[in-house]
Design a binder for this molecule. Structure first.
Ligand SMILES: [Zn+2]
Ligand SMILES: [Zn+2]
Length: 335
């Protein structure tokens, strides 16, 4: 019935494979979505490499666009026929301090699509209804999909960085998140410097309006010379080695914002942080307003995600390529 192909992680650190999957019926607070598209995110690569999984086999994917085809009991957020976006954030517990203060994404008991519950890289997906976003009809599934994670997270980080018109921001890592962050930063009137270890991605950054695009080993010298130090440097890449490089480009009383996920540590000079009054902060996903804002900006044609569309059969290979840093823009699977 709703048995169809899905991108499954067979076991912890196991193979990513396309196999038939029965999404089943939505329970209380859940809906079943007929998927149109789902992007592939670096977090899928990270989850595929974890030693333990809360669920296995696990359907990956948390950047999904589709149409609600069935709703479970108690669902008030969306209705059958609505076009919705599925993010990594499933539902919060609704009772903790984080949930009560508008920061449910920091809830310790949250559910996550494509991690603690099945995700959206599937022809049909049963997902939590609580945090779905309505998707404007004007957006194609391919351009809408990356907004659910890459766009949302990029916007959240820029807001946390407190970037204002005319200020410089350094974007470290020019993949799915970085290229959208560049577009949003420019829309906000900020000036953009990009650091990436791929010459091809630096070229891409220049084509999207980055005024400075440099390799990591010359980043500090070039960026400090040309900008006097950026207001904030945002690390989107999952490489710990990028953080000290990013920090070295930040001006006094500026910020280092960490977004890319790695268990690795990086060295930091406490003296430098103290004497320059630097802030180091993490940013995870974004607020509901951030999510709405990226969809509004996309629907108005102000910032466009650069995507390549693929069939579901290509997903395992795409996840491998993303892990090796070989993807430009965002890879999206169409259903
Ligand atoms: Zn993601
Ligand atoms: Zn909570």
């Amino acid at each position: 019935m709703n048995r169809a192909n899905a991108v499954c992680l067979a076991a912890p650190r196991g193979a990513v494979e396309v196999r038939p999957f029965e999404a089943g019926e939505p329970g209380g607070g859940e809906v079943r979505v007929r998927m149109e598209a789902c992007g592939i995110c670096h977090s899928d690569v990270m989850i595929a490499g974890l030693e333990k999984l809360p669920l296995s086999p696990l359907v990956l994917g948390h950047e999904g666009i589709g149409i609600v085809e069935a709703a479970g009991e108690g669902v008030t957020e969306v209705s059958v026929g609505d076009r919705v976006g599925i993010t990594y954030f499933g539902a919060g517990c609704g009772q903790c301090a984080a949930c009560g203060s508008g920061h449910a994404r920091y809830c310790a008991k949250q559910s996550n699509h494509g991690y603690t519950r099945h995700g959206a890289l599937s022809a049909h997906a049963v997902v939590a209804a609580q945090n779905l976003i309505r998707v404007p009809a004007a957006l194609s599934p391919g351009e809408a999909a990356p907004l659910c994670c890459a766009g949302w997270t990029a916007m959240g980080a820029l807001r946390e960085a407190g970037i204002e018109r005319g200020q410089w921001v350094a974007i470290v890592g020019f993949g799915g998140l970085g290229h959208l962050a560049c577009g949003y930063a420019k829309e906000m009137g900020a000036r953009v410097a990009v650091i990436d270890s791929s010459a091809e991605k630096l070229e891409f950054a220049r084509s999207l309006g980055a005024e400075i695009a440099v390799l990591p080993d010359t980043a500090r010298k070039t960026i400090v010379k040309e900008t006097g130090g950026v207001q904030a440097a945002i690390v989107f890449t999952a490489a710990a080695a990028a953080a000290p490089v990013a920090l070295s480009t930040v001006q006094r009383r500026g910020s280092l914002v960490l977004v890319g996920l790695t268990a690795d540590a990086f060295p930091v000079s406490m003296t430098e942080v103290v004497l320059k009054g630097l802030r180091i902060q993490g940013s995870y996903l974004g607020t509901r307003q951030d999510l709405e804002r990226v969809f509004e900006m996309a629907a108005a044609g102000r910032v466009k995600a650069h995507v390549s569309m693929h069939g579901i059969g290509e997903a395992p290979e795409l996840i491998g390529r993303l892990g090796r840093g070989e993807m430009r823009g965002r890879a999206v699977v169409g259903f």
